[in-house]
Design a protein around this ligand. Structure first.
Ligand code: IFM
Length: 457
């Protein structure tokens, strides 16, 4: 009998046996060492140096200095009871120019990290692409070019060649919605392009990169292969407006990956921006090859309504006449509404509409304005946030969702992209001047959740 069963009381919840708990990070957000050991420049090095693009002019040059402190960081994770750790590989460390010669020192770093994790009993979960595209590839068109998808598959094979004997779970892309629509459509992420047509080309080439990389990983014997999507439940009083935004946010990725087709309504609506001529015969068979795990990143739902004269939201090309409305829910420091029940809805919907693919929450968490006082961060709002979302995930499991694990974003405070270092998502507080780490109250609370495989009321 487990601890939770012994003491279970009203309001307690216990997750299925074998449920995996952990945390997540990404290379550019934590590693620093941007110019060390042969790493080449990425689009985020370029973008963060472009005046006005990142709050405070912050860059990932130093970040959490994890490249040098990874041993201590892994020991800290072990101390916090983490069972799994999702991190990303920086492509420009492996192939500084995005193609051609391999930089062995880049592979050495990730091999050391993986060995350190395994040595502490923590399961490594690798993300191959979390947005740091080698600048040399962007200079040749980036994700608007088919070549980038082909190079990505080669890079995936190189990484698997070194780590495949000790990493079982691989995710190809993290949040291709952000890479395409924020990076090429709205210009608020690297590479900062503002061309809706380019965003749709990027969607396809990212997905093609996923498909080609999946084939390489499979051929090399990878045990579990998946992709991580940032999905948002969309609601509102007009079904067409809801379908429109749901198509652009969710179905444009889910349908090709899990049904081998682009949603017809999205294709039609996007024709004013693109003729889709970049989609070639056979691409959707590659993109839709079976995956073992769908990574779900969930933060907040979206509510829309029809409003005459409303200009398009640049992150959703063609959304003229649709307003994005906010309710009176609690908001995080990012301004995102806190709605745990939407996570239940999302997981149940995925199980219903795309049955047969196991799910894992690869990111969920919140930024709050944490303060370190006398060596402690009393982040009770983050505890309440996580408590609510864990319960929502549990409710989805009870409703039949095949959810296998939960990775909290993020292990520690880090470089929050266009927001710089001002937004703190970490379970662990980072003082960027001293690089001192202090586990927040939420980290200590989470350790108990992991230990019990559940929550006590
Ligand atoms: O920090 C990001 C992460 O890189 C991708 N998912 C969302 C997080 C919070 O914005």
């Amino acid at each position: 009998m487990g601890i939770s069963e012994e003491t279970a009381g009203k309001g307690d919840i216990t997750f299925p046996k074998g449920f995996v708990w952990g945390t997540a990070t990404a290379s550019y957000q934590i590693e620093g060492a941007a110019h060390e050991d042969g790493r080449g420049p990425s689009i985020w090095d370029t973008f963060s140096r472009t005046p006005g693009k990142v709050v405070g002019g912050h860059t990932g040059d130093v970040a959490c200095d994890h490249y040098h402190r990874y041993r201590d960081d892994v020991a800290m994770m072990a101390d916090l009871g983490m069972q799994a750790y999702r991190f990303s590989i920086a492509w420009p460390r492996i192939q500084p120019d995005g193609s051609g010669p391999v930089n062995p020192r880049g592979l050495d770093f990730y091999e050391r990290l993986v060995d350190e994790l395994r040595g502490h009993g923590i399961t490594p979960i690798v993300t191959l692409y979390h947005w740091d595209l080698p600048q040399a590839l962007e200079d040749r068109g980036g994700w608007t070019s088919r070549e980038t998808a082909e190079r990505f598959a080669e890079y995936a094979a190189i990484v698997h060649g070194r780590l495949g004997d000790r990493v079982e779970t691989w995710t190809t892309l993290n949040e291709p919605w952000c890479s395409s629509f924020l990076g090429y459509g709205a210009g608020i992420h690297a590479p900062g392009r503002t061309e809706p047509g380019a965003a749709f080309a990027a969607v396809h080439h990212l997905l093609l990169g996923h498909g080609l990389a999946t084939a390489e990983l499979r051929a090399a014997g990878a045990k579990q292969v998946g992709i991580t999507l940032n999905l948002a439940p969309i609601s509102g009083n007009d079904p067409l407006a809801v379908a429109h935004i749901d198509g652009l946010q969710n179905r444009i990725f889910l349908d090709p990956v899990l049904r081998k087709e682009y949603p017809a309504d999205v294709v039609e609506r996007a024709r004013r921006f693109t003729d889709w001529s970049f989609v070639r015969d056979g691409d959707l068979d590659l993109i839709g090859a079976p995956i073992d795990l769908l990574g779900v990143n969930y933060y907040s739902p979206t509510t829309v309504e029809l409003r005459a004269g409303q200009p398009a939201n640049p992150v959703h090309p063609g959304s003229e006449g649709i307003a994005f409305v906010q309710g009176d829910e609690e908001r995080t420091a990012m301004g995102w509404s806190v709605v745990p029940s939407a996570l239940t809805d999302l997981l149940v919907r995925l199980s219903r509409d795309y049955p047969g693919t196991p799910l894992i929450i690869t990111e969920n968490g919140a930024a709050f304005d944490d303060v370190l006082v006398d060596g402690r961060v009393a982040d009770e709002r983050r505890i309440a946030f996580l408590d609510g979302h864990f319960r929502a995930a549990h409710a989805a499991i009870e409703a039949g969702a095949d959810l296998r694990g939960y990775l909290v974003w993020s292990l520690m405070d880090n470089f929050e992209w266009a927001e710089g270092y001002g937004k703190r998502f970490g379970l662990v507080h980072v003082d960027y001047a001293s690089q001192n780490r202090v586990p927040k109250d939420s980290a200590l609370w989470y350790r108990e959740v992991v230990r019990r495989n559940g929550i006590r009321s």
